[in-house]
Design a protein around this ligand. Structure first.
Ligand code: HSE
Length: 437
C-alpha cells in the first residue's frame, strides 16, 4: 500500500540539487498528496564528490548514469544533465528499460522529441517535461489539463529570462545591448556562451513544445522561425516607448485557417498589456482558448527551486498515474498520440502581423511620399509615424512608421524597393508588432 516510488536523479547541478532539496524538504507534504513516499534511490553525477555533498551520506551516489537507468529498483529516471548526446542516450535507455522519465531538457525534446515520444508510447511509459518550458510556471499542465476543454487559438510567451532581463535593462537604464549582456553574464543569468539565449534558440525550443501541446501536432523545431535580440538598439526601444509599446522577445504559435505559425522574434506589444510589464528574468505565457479567452501565467522561468518545483510536480503526477492503465493517463503531448495531426506549418513569409519600420533617409522633399507610395502599392497601410527634426540642417533624418497588419511576404517586397531608393541610406530596421488584445 505504502510502497515508495523509487527515483534516480541524473545530474546534480542547479536544477538537480534543487530537486533533491524539494523532494527532501517537502517529503511529508508530498506523501500526503500522493499516498506513499517518493524515495530518491540513487543520484548520478560524474562529480561524485559534489553529488555526495548534495545528497548526504544516506543516498547512493553513482558516477555511471548508464548503469542506473536500467536498474530493477528504479521506477522513474529524472534527467537533469542537459544537452543532446548523453542525455538522449540515457533517456532512450531508460524508456527502453520501461522507466518513466522526467526531464527539463527543452533542447533535447524540441529536436528529438518525436523519436523520444514514440519510444515512450511503444513502452507505455510517461515522459513529463513541465520544467522544460518557463521553469516553475505550470504552463504545460495548464494546457494539458486546465485548458483541455478549449481549442487553443494562440500561445505567446516571454520564455527566456536572460533576454527579458537584457531588454528590461536596455529600456530602464538606456544601456546598449552589449553592456547589458555583459552584466547578465556577470550576474550568472546568461550562459558563458549565451548564443542559445540571445539568438532566440532557447525560446524556440520552448515554443515548439508548447505548439505541439496546444494544437495536437508533432514537435517541429525545424519549422520555427527564429530571430534573437542582438540587433536591437536603444533607439528602437525608445521609439517603441514613444509609440506606446514595449519590446519583448516573444515565442508565438498561432492557429490560423491556413495553418500554424511558429516563431520567435523581438516583438512590440502595447505597453498597457499585462505581459508587456513582465520585467527582468521573470517569464510569462499568454494562452488564448476559444472558450476561456486569454489566460496569463507568470513566474520564475529558471533557478534551482522554481525549476525543481516543476520537476517534482511531474514526479508526483507519475506517482499518481503509475498504476493507472495507459488510457487513463493524461497524454504526454496533451492529445492522444493516434489523434496527432499534421497541420500545415506556415513560413514566416505567410505570417500576418503589423510592423515597426525605422529608416535613415536623406532629409529632402518627397522622401516620405516615395516610401508611402511603395507601401501603398503593396496595400500596406500606415497606422502611425514619427519623424524628429534632424539635429542640424542637411543631416539625414530618421523616419519611424507603424503599419497595419499585412502579410510578411508583402512587407519584404516593399522593403526591398524602399531600400533600393537613393534617399534611403541604410537597411530598414523592422520589428513585428502584436496587439495581443
Ligand atoms: N536560459 C534560460 C533563460 C533558462 O534565460 O530563460 C532556462 O530555460
Amino acid at each position: 500500500m505504502n510502497t515508495p516510488l523509487r527515483v534516480a536523479l541524473l545530474g546534480l547541478g542547479t536544477v538537480g540539487s534543487g530537486t533533491f532539496t524539494v523532494l527532501r524538504n517537502n517529503a511529508a507534504e508530498i506523501e500526503r498528496r500522493v499516498g506513499f513516499p517518493i524515495e530518491i534511490k540513487v543520484v548520478a553525477d560524474l562529480d561524485t564528490a559534489k553529488a555526495r555533498q548534495v545528497a548526504g551520506p544516506e543516498v547512493e551516489v553513482s558516477a555511471n548514469a548508464f548503469d542506473v537507468v536500467t536498474r530493477d529498483d528504479i521506477d522513474v529516471v529524472i534527467e537533469l544533465i542537459g544537452g543532446y548526446t548523453i542525455a538522449k542516450q540515457l533517456v532512450l535507455a531508460a524508456i527502453e528499460a520501461g522507466k518513466h522519465v522526467v526531464t527539463a531538457n527543452k533542447a533535447l525534446l524540441a529536436v528529438h522529441g518525436e523519436e523520444i515520444f514514440a519510444a515512450a508510447a511503444r513502452k507505455n511509459v510517461m515522459v513529463a517535461f513541465e520544467a522544460a518550458v518557463a521553469g516553475g510556471i505550470p504552463v504545460i499542465k495548464s494546457i494539458k489539463e486546465g485548458l483541455a476543454a478549449n481549442q487553443i487559438e494562440y500561445v505567446a510567451g516571454i520564455i527566456n529570462g536572460t533576454c527579458n532581463f537584457i531588454l528590461s535593462e536596455m529600456r530602464d537604464k538606456g544601456l546598449p545591448f552589449a553592456d547589458v549582456l555583459a552584466q547578465a553574464q556577470a550576474l550568472g543569468y546568461a550562459e558563458a556562451d549565451p548564443t542559445f539565449d540571445i539568438e532566440g534558440i532557447d525560446a524556440a525550443h520552448k515554443i515548439t513544445l508548447l505548439s505541439a501541446l496546444a494544437f495536437g501536432m508533432p514537435v517541429q523545431f525545424d519549422k520555427a522561425y527564429v530571430e534573437g535580440i542582438t540587433k536591437l538598439t536603444k533607439d528602437d526601444i525608445t521609439f517603441a516607448e514613444e509609440l506606446g509599446y514595449r519590446v519583448k522577445l516573444l515565442g508565438i504559435t498561432r492557429r490560423t485557417s491556413e495553418g500554424v505559425e511558429l516563431r520567435v522574434h523581438p516583438t512590440m506589444i502595447p505597453a498597457k498589456r499585462l505581459i508587456a510589464n513582465v520585467e527582468g528574468v521573470m517569464n510569462a505565457v499568454l494562452v488564448k482558448g476559444n472558450a476561456v479567452g486569454p489566460t496569463l501565467y507568470y513566474g520564475a522561468g529558471a533557478g534551482s527551486l522554481p525549476t525543481a518545483s516543476a520537476v517534482v510536480a511531474d514526479i508526483i503526477e507519475i506517482a499518481r498515474m503509475n498504476a493507472a492503465p495507459i488510457e487513463c493517463r493524461t497524454p504526454v503531448l496533451a492529445f492522444r498520440s493516434e489523434a496527432a495531426q499534421a497541420i500545415p506549418m506556415l513560413s514566416i513569409d505567410q505570417v500576418v502581423t503589423a510592423y515597426y519600420l525605422r529608416m535613415q533617409v536623406a532629409d529632402r522633399p518627397g522622401v516620405l511620399a516615395e516610401v508611402s507610395t511603395i507601401l501603398a502599392k503593396h496595400s500596406i497601410s500606415i497606422a502611425a509615424m514619427i519623424q524628429h527634426q534632424p539635429s542640424q540642417e542637411g543631416a539625414s533624418a530618421q523616419i519611424v512608421l507603424l503599419t497595419q497588419r499585412c502579410v510578411e511576404g508583402e512587407i519584404n517586397q516593399a522593403l526591398a524597393k524602399i531600400e533600393a531608393l537613393d534617399s534611403v541610406l541604410d537597411k530598414v530596421v523592422r520589428i513585428r508588432v502584436e496587439d495581443l488584445s
